[in-house]
Design a protein around this ligand. Structure first.
Ligand code: DHB
Ligand code: MG
Length: 207
């Protein structure tokens, strides 16, 4: 077993141990997972149960009424179909609107006058992280939250030898935020069933 595999096993075991106390079985989420995999969609990149619950608790804590998720702005029809089927199966069609098409175009089409969101979750193509972030700042209320997934990338963001486009997408976002007077942000690195990654948490000071 390589040290990477050993670490992953250790992190996954720790995550699953804690989940076994804190996260109740959820038949709806189980069936969402099964149906999504059955349609040939890569489920490995979904947020982990602990991360999903963290987001859920965060939304409860701030009494969020409107959430912008830059994965529900969906390019692929198959993905959009499966999201809609899953939302329907969960009885949440009144609450969720899936917007089809390139996310950046969908965001550009949302005017400043759009009713503001309490939180935005950016978890799409990493190359566009900064573009999505700029739109999120515009569309999230003052004092709202912007979370960006996958900013750790197994530590590769900090590795000068890594130059792939996703890593570069995270670096560009960090450079942007460094000089941005509108937000205060921090990265929390994470380990668990999805390996070593992290999310960026930004407080939107404008609007
Ligand atoms: C990848 C994308 C994700 O959104 C994620 O959570 C994990 C991995 C990826 O593209 O590799
Ligand atoms: Mg992700």
């Amino acid at each position: 077993m390589s040290s990477t595999d050993a670490n992953l096993a250790l992190w996954a075991r720790a995550d699953e141990y804690h989940d076994s106390f804190l996260i109740k079985p959820d038949p709806i989420l189980d069936s969402v997972q099964e149906k999504t995999k059955a349609r040939g969609i890569d489920y490995e990149i979904a947020v982990s149960p602990a991360q999903g619950k963290f987001l859920h608790l965060l939304l409860l804590s701030i009494n969020a009424q409107r959430v912008l998720e830059v994965v529900a702005l969906e390019l692929e029809d198959l993905h959009a179909d499966v999201i809609e089927e899953n939302v329907k199966a969960a009885g949440q069609t009144e609450k969720v609107r899936v917007v089809r098409g390139p996310a950046l175009q969908s965001l550009e089409a949302m005017p400043d006058s759009t009713e503001k969101f309490d939180l935005a979750f950016i978890d799409a193509d990493k190359e566009n992280n900064t573009n999505y972030f700029i739109h999120a700042k515009r569309l999230v209320r003052k004092g709202g939250i912007i979370i960006v997934d996958n900013v750790g990338r197994r530590g590769r963001v900090a590795d000068p030898a890594s130059t792939d486009s996703s890593v570069e997408g995270v670096r560009a976002l960090l450079r942007y935020i460094k000089d941005d007077p509108d937000v205060e942000a921090t990265t929390i690195h994470t380990v668990g069933v999805k390996g070593f990654d992290g999310f960026l948490y930004a407080y939107n000071g404008k609007n």
